[in-house]
Design a protein around this ligand. Structure first.
Ligand SMILES: Cc1cc2nc3c(=O)[nH]c(=O)nc-3n(C[C@H](O)[C@H](O)[C@H](O)COP(=O)(O)OP(=O)(O)OC[C@H]3O[C@@H](n4cnc5c(N)ncnc54)[C@H](O)[C@@H]3O)c2cc1C
Length: 389
């Protein structure tokens, strides 16, 4: 009997530990975890890596060091999964499972843009963050004044923008920051009042918001907007939406952003031997769906695994009841967030962000580094004279 886990992120690792705990320790029960990387990543720290605030080693940990001994790890990139035939396709090989925990997270969605456009910088993983960091440093020294254009005013876009702004100041180079978004506001889920607060704060640093507008193309360091306007000497990063990291074939239902609809036990109703966890799952939360978050990923991984074992043993399944501890979006010298149901904004969110990343960060060395960041970055001062305004 093969229990496969697809993805070694927060959800997949939590699932592996739970399967190990609940499955009888017999050779007939095999647990396999597949990931394209040999390491797991603290994704909320990627914008810090892109802005050279945090070193790459502080955001990753070997997957095998996090797995119980009996779990077999396969390092392979999965092309697709077919729920109808219960197969996971990896290059020339395939794995047939009996029960699956599907937890591959998400990746950038370029929608209908060309294959060439899809080569633009994005922030899916640690390699992307390092690529942004290094090419940004080079770009800053190639022109007198660089125009940073971020497509997407969601949390990733805003965090990338503020980290690159800081990095340019640190290197004493001049740049302008443009955030382009198709909506009429940034961070629309926060409501007008809080979005306006962030726009006001960031405008003081010289950020410019181009709203109700989309990026149509980027070539030869020139960004073309759908209004026909062009931004030259541009450094461009795409942060405009995500989709399921691994294409899934089968009879499952998916919502507009690609996440798979599950029942309250995290099971795909059309494929009851598949449980979905983390960013890949569309979990109903009132009128909407649960946001993507580390805590929900870890909690859902655990419940998905517990239910996969219970289903096999004919026992009652447990409903997934997520506990929301809050969230924070750090933005260089300010932040916006919610902790234990209370709204927060301003500098207070900055140490909260680093403390959260530290607590979840796999080993003692990383945790202590993050405690240091929490103190150091809470007192950051803007590099005003380098904004170019
Ligand atoms: C820039 C950024 C900032 C964020 N900030 C916050 C924050 O402040 N607070 C918060 O709570 N959440 C934040 N999130 C969201 C949070 O990181 C995710 O909700 C969480 O990581 C989801 O966990 P997961 O296990 O579902 O997926 P992931 O952590 O994405 O893990 C998925 C795993 O699947 C693997 N995988 C993907 N595709 C393949 C493939 N084809 N083949 C094999 N393996 C594959 C990946 O390598 C990865 O290890 C942020 C996310 C990003 C990108």
């Amino acid at each position: 009997m093969v229990f496969a886990i697809l993805g070694g992120g927060f959800a997949g690792l939590a699932a592996a530990r739970e399967l190990d705990k609940r499955l009888p320790k017999k050779p007939s029960y095999e647990i396999v975890l597949i990931d394209r990387h040999s390491y797991t990543t603290m994704l909320p720290s990627l914008p810090d890596v892109a802005g050279r605030r945090v070193e790459p080693d502080r955001v990753k940990e070997a997957i095998t060091s996090q797995l119980p001994k009996r779990v077999r790890f396969i390092k392979e990139a999965v092309e697709y999964v077919d729920f109808s035939t219960r197969t996971i396709q990896m290059g020339d090989t395939e794995l047939v499972y009996d029960q699956l925990i599907f937890a591959p997270g998400s990746r950038a969605n370029f929608y209908n843009h060309s294959a060439q456009f899809q080569k633009n910088l994005k922030l899916d993983n640690l390699d992307d963050a390092i690529m942004i960091r290094d090419s940004f440093a080079r770009a800053l020294f190639n022109v007198e004044h660089l125009n940073v254009v971020i497509s997407g005013g969601g949390f990733t876009g805003m965090e990338v923008a503020s980290n690159l702004y800081r990095y340019a100041g640190f290197l004493e180079r001049s740049c302008s920051i443009y955030v382009v978004d198709r909506n009429r506001t940034i961070l629309p889920a926060l409501g007008d009042k809080r979005s306006n607060y962030i726009m006001e704060q960031m405008s003081r640093l010289g950020f410019q918001f181009i709203l109700d507008t989309e990026v149509s193309d980027y070539a030869d360091q020139t960004v073309v907007l759908n209004t026909g306007e062009k931004i030259h000497d541009a450094f461009f990063v795409w942060c405009s939406g995500v989709k399921l990291a691994i294409p899934a074939r089968g009879h499952q239902q998916q919502i507009r952003d690609d996440r798979i609809i599950v029942d309250s036990f995290l099971r795909i109703p059309e494929h009851p031997e598949v449980f979905v966890a983390g960013d890949a799952a569309a979990v109903k939360a009132g009128d909407t769906y649960l946001r993507r978050a580390v805590n929900f990923a870890a909690m859902s991984g655990k419940i998905a695994a517990r239910n996969a074992v219970a289903a096999l043993q004919g026992k009652n399944l447990k409903r997934f009841k997520p506990i929301d501890l809050g969230w924070v979006i750090p933005l260089y010298t300010t932040s916006v967030g919610e902790a234990f149901g209370m709204k927060t904004q301003g500098r207070i969110g900055i140490p909260l962000h680093y403390l959260m990343c530290g607590i979840k960060n796999y080993n003692a060395k990383n945790i202590s580094s993050y405690a240091g960041y929490a103190i150091k970055f809470s007192f950051a001062r803007p590099f005003r004279k380098y904004t170019g305004d």
